[in-house]
Design a protein around this ligand. Structure first.
Ligand SMILES: [Zn+2]
Length: 108
């Protein structure tokens, strides 16, 4: 069984990141000094991606900056099957809690 993982990290590892463009703050990484860089931020887990485009429109480099605890040692990375099963478990728990709230009971 995989180790406990933040639900948003599990969702992103299973269904990919949900990224939007953003403007890095003062002093934050903005990409290399050459080319044109698009900064992307995953609104679910906080992963940042910096895609640098060359003059022909090709991706020259792509750098990811992971949120804390996102990266795992190779021998601790869950399989895709383990991630999907855990995601289903999260979804069922959310559905049960939603049903309890609709029935006027508090989720515990
Ligand atoms: Zn993500």
């Amino acid at each position: 069984m995989p180790k406990p993982m933040k639900p948003e990290y599990r969702a992103c590892r299973t269904t990919r990141h949900w990224m939007e463009t953003f403007i890095p703050g003062p002093g934050e990484y903005r990409g290399p000094d050459w080319g044109h860089t698009i900064a992307l931020l995953c609104v679910r887990c906080g992963m940042q991606r910096f895609v640098t485009i060359d003059s022909l429109g090709n991706i020259s480099t792509s750098r990811y900056i992971a949120p804390p605890d996102y990266k795992l040692p190779a021998d601790e990375v869950p399989t895709n099957g383990e991630l999907r099963i855990a995601l289903l478990r999260d979804q069922r728990k959310t559905e049960r809690e939603g049903a309890r709230r609709r029935n006027g009971k508090r989720a515990s």
